[in-house]
Design a protein around this ligand. Structure first.
Ligand code: ADP
Ligand code: ZN
Length: 728
């Protein structure tokens, strides 16, 4: 009896941030398997969920309390690899599985199969004798292609009655197709670039791994411009030989990769399927459906593409794997690169991590032979790596209100005279990071965040870069009412552009920052304009570090190489090195050799020494040693706990309670609670704990047990961030 009933108990996961699966009863005659979509009752409503387990073992809800599943769906089931992945991510990030499932189902009206259309194709066995009108239809057929009634009448120039008649007699057979436009299949026969020796070796290695159909992580390290993209295109082409194979390519910021898409189109004759958060609902639905139906063959997307229902995933590529944009800092806090490795593992396929500046995490995995390690040491063709030097700002002092030193000015001037392009890099949007009153010292601060307002000339406004609050730049100081007393302090890209315009009134400038670029198409226009050499000087924030290839760009000037070097972030030096190396990599990518100038007050800093000498190994080795000594990632584990809420007293109270019950183990250290560096953000007060643990500690369990002891804490949000990358 009990055996019989236990077969009727089904566990369903709903895309809601609840605890976990819910138990339901399977009605007589209904049959479901894991991954099937079902509609179930929940507090008087109907909801769609996914069958998670058909043979639950650990259920203690009595059978008589269970409700029946209402109905099943026509949807294809979610693949088993995705179910495992959702569970894995939920467990690792300490998130409710339903919240993770929600990411996998993030399509509007997912329950509806997009409208189906009926088309007709010729039957293979037609009678020998046909009327002339019917003969016209046969003559007009294009191979086996199904067509709408209207199309048949048009191309055969016959009346609709003729077509209808042939349908009735079975000479035209109906074919159901989805009403959505399908995606073109990438063409692997298009003639491609001939790979160099080292490129060929690398591609061969990846292809061998692919053929073995087992999981393998592969680091594809190559200097900027060495052809990493060409190498993994070759691997993609190999995967696509299998008719149903799907390939997933993760890129840091999809909307910023127009050049990448162009290259893909050149290589495969069609654009890949794109996935990112800024797509319209219709675009999302089309891509999601094409994925679950297996029609989407190559999907390129931001980190959230990891949760797409790929049916037959055969290869995962993570381009610019070092990029911090792979880390999601809200909701389910996961690292796209790390989860890509897990996704590949569960799909039994290789994952390629490509970068010119691999993360220390990946480097160490490669050194320990956990990952394979491919290296491309040369730029493609005649291009050579740029020469790098520093300008010591203690010697070459900047004039007040000026950010370009004499040596950098000289280099820019020469480059302009030679008709080549220059890039000035400063990772700061706007005109000035701080505005203050000369009379009383008043600073403009955001009312919702503990942050200064940044002046933007473009809009004549002061803006908070954390919450978006903004206000007009006033004529007088709001504190002392002095007139014309406000002064901007420090530079942003707008201010550097102003200086360049003063120095070179005849030159053509472009600012490349997210403020200037309102849409992907605006970015595309700007990139094309730079490619056509309609611009002499580009002044850009970190968005220019994203893999662009401008053949005429030969000089890169870094306005403030010291920016971002300090702070609470254990990866500050590593990240600065990555950013500077990447921006330097924009110089001299074609025939003309490039050079890079770093303006700095600390030319001896290990990051700059590594860049200038080209000896990054020494720098990374030291970085690794220092991380190991402090037991920081990738050696030790790190997690942060962020408490936030509008009522400061409640937040502090919860912090105190947590502090009292903090875990005590030899190999676990809990730091805090302390007010977060951004102690006030979007109207919420914030406190942080930081947990450091030895590598073998199950940090998830420690945190889980810790939080389980916390009494109700209404009005205070507790967020767990495993492997945090932001420390504000
Ligand atoms: P990376 O991704 O390593 O920075 P890319 O793949 O972007 O390098 O290559 C840099 C430039 O060199 C691109 O314009 C690319 O088209 C070109 N390139 C690389 N390898 C080849 C090749 N084997 N044949 C022709 N062009 C190549
Ligand atoms: Zn703000």
């Amino acid at each position: 009896m009990s055996d019989f009933f236990s077969h009727c108990r089904i566990q369903v996961l709903l895309p809601l941030p609840l605890g976990g699966v819910l138990d339901y009863l399977l009605p007589d005659g209904m049959d479901v398997g894991p991954g099937d979509f079902v509609t179930v009752p929940l507090s008087g409503r109907e909801m769609q969920g996914v069958v998670w387990n058909t043979q639950p073992e650990d259920s203690d809800v009595p059978l008589e309390k269970l409700k029946h599943i209402i109905r099943t769906s026509e949807l294809p089931a979610l693949p088993e690899s995705l179910i495992k992945f959702v569970d894995w991510v939920a467990h690792y990030t300490l998130s409710p599985p339903g919240a993770v499932l929600k990411m996998a189902l993030s399509v509007p009206r997912k329950s509806e199969n997009p409208k189906k259309k009926t088309l007709y194709k010729l039957s293979p066995d037609l009678p020998d004798k046909l009327t002339p009108a019917r003969q016209k239809i046969v003559g007009a057929a294009i191979d086996d292609m199904p067509m709408a009634v209207k199309t048949w009448t048009e191309i055969a120039a016959v009346g609709e009655g003729v077509v209808r008649g042939m349908i009735k007699t079975g000479m035209l057979i109906p074919v159901e197709v989805s009403g959505e436009e399908t995606f073109a299949v990438p063409d692997i026969e298009i003639e491609r670039a001939t790979l160099s020796g080292e490129q060929q070796e690398a591609a061969k290695h990846i292809i061998t791994q692919q053929r073995s159909e087992t999981f393998r992580a592969i680091l594809l390290e190559g200097v900027t411009g060495s052809g990493k993209t060409e190498v993994y295109f070759e691997a993609i082409a190999e995967s696509l030989k299998e008719k149903t194979a799907q390939v997933l390519v993760l890129v840091p910021e999809i909307s910023l990769t127009t050049q990448w898409l162009e290259r893909f189109k050149e290589r495969f004759g069609t654009e890949p399927v794109i996935w990112h958060s800024e797509m319209t609902p219709a675009q999302r639905r089309r891509a999601w459906w094409a994925t679950i139906r297996g029609e989407a063959r190559v999907i390129v997307g931001a980190r959230s593409a990891l949760f797409l229902p790929l049916q037959n995933l055969k290869l995962v590529i993570v381009d610019e794997e070092h990029s911090q944009t792979f880390k999601q800092d809200e909701g389910v806090m996961y690292h796209g690169r790390d989860m890509a490795v897990v996704r590949a593992m569960q799909s039994h396929c290789p994952v390629v991590l490509a970068s010119a500046t691999p993360s220390l995490e990946t480097m160490i995995n490669a050194e320990n032979a956990k990952y394979d390690w491919l290296y491309l040491g040369e730029r493609h063709g005649p291009a050579t790596l740029p020469s790098m030097s520093t300008v010591d700002l203690r010697v070459h002092k900047l004039k007040t209100g000026s950010w370009i030193s004499a040596p950098l000015y000289q280099a820019l001037k020469e480059n302009l005279e030679n008709g080549e392009q220059s890039l000035l890099y400063l990772n700061r949007r706007g005109y000035a990071p701080l505005t203050l009153c000369r009379k009383c010292g008043h600073r403009f601060e955001c009312p919702h965040c503990s942050a200064w307002l940044v002046e933007h000339h473009k809009w004549q406004r002061l803006e908070c870069h954390h919450c978006g609050f903004n206000r007009r730049v006033p004529d007088q100081c709001p504190n002392c009412e002095a007139e014309d007393s406000l002064v901007p302090c420090g530079p942003g890209v707008e201010r550097v552009a102003e200086e360049v315009a003063d120095l070179f009134p005849e030159a053509r400038l472009a600012i490349l920052s997210s403020d200037e670029i309102s849409s992907p198409s605006a970015l595309k226009r700007m990139i094309e304009s730079i490619e056509r050499h309609e611009v002499d000087f580009i002044i850009g924030t970190q968005i220019v570090t994203k893999g662009y290839h401008f053949p005429m760009l030969t000089l890169v000037g870094v306005i403030d190489a010291d920016l971002g070097m300090s702070g609470a972030d254990p990866r500050a030096a590593e990240r600065t090195w990555q950013q500077l190396e990447q921006v330097a990599g924009r110089a001299g990518r074609a025939e003309h050799p490039g050079r890079v100038i770093f303006q700095t007050y600390e030319p001896g800093h290990p990051v700059l020494s590594a860049l200038v000498s080209g000896d990054k190994d020494l720098f990374l080795e030291r970085e690794a040693e220092s991380r190991e000594a402090q037991n920081l990632p990738p050696y030790g584990k790190l997690a942060s706990l962020i408490l936030s809420g509008p009522d400061k007293g409640k937040v502090m109270d919860t912090a105190k309670r947590l502090s009292k019950i903090a875990p005590h183990y030899d190999n676990v250290t809990v730091l805090g609670p302390v007010p977060a560096p951004l102690a006030y953000l979007r109207g919420n007060h914030r406190y942080r704990f930081l947990m450091k643990a030895e590598g073998r500690v199950n940090i998830q369990k420690v945190i889980h047990d810790w939080l389980a002891g916390l009494p109700k804490h209404g009005g205070v949000r507790v967020q767990v961030d495993i492997d945090p990358y932001s420390f504000y």
